[in-house]
Design a protein around this ligand. Structure first.
Ligand code: ZN
Length: 164
């Protein structure tokens, strides 16, 4: 989720970075550092400065990994493709032509024998107006709020009783 205002935290000392963040490779891992940690680590040779073409305007404090959205093809892709094609009155031949794939490949896909590539699935989505790709569910590390923020079982029971 993009946040409106992002505070960067130094990945070494954990302090909010005031002013410009510094980027360096520390032990082979790209990190965002505060000025003082950056200086220290670069001087000691532990950090390798990373040159960036331009100063990133919007850098998310959380690891980049959470920004990478990967897609996977829905389980019933063949059903969705076939129904959408039939609803549009297209033959497999016609649809195959539109997709620039062979009719036999399309048939295999519609029979569920072959999953389309992500790229092809995108094209099918466009041509047929169906949804075939869903973001892969990647378990994100929970933000681990202070334990007091979570209602205890007792609290939940009380809340429920109040609603009755
Ligand atoms: Zn620092």
């Amino acid at each position: 989720m993009p946040r409106k205002k992002e505070t960067l935290y130094c990945e070494i000392c954990g302090m909010p970075i005031v002013g410009r963040p510094y980027y360096a490779e520390v032990d082979g891992v790209e990190m965002v550092l505060c000025a003082s940690c950056y200086m220290k680590l670069v001087r000691s040779g532990r950090a390798k400065p990373i040159r960036r073409r331009e100063t990133p305007r919007r850098v998310v404090a959380r690891p980049r990994r959470s920004e990478i959205v990967e897609y996977e093809i829905v389980e019933d892709y063949y059903d969705r493709i076939r129904s959408a094609r039939q609803a549009r009155g297209l033959s497999t031949k016609e649809l195959a032509m539109k997709l620039r794939i062979s009719e036999s490949l399309l048939r295999k896909i519609e029979q569920g024998k072959m999953k389309p590539s992500i790229d092809l699935a995108r094209r099918i989505e466009k041509v047929l107006g169906v949804k075939l790709l869903v973001p892969t569910e990647e378990p994100e590390e929970p933000l681990a709020p202070p334990s007091g923020d979570y209602p205890t079982l007792g609290d939940v029971v009380v809340i429920r009783r109040d609603e009755d």
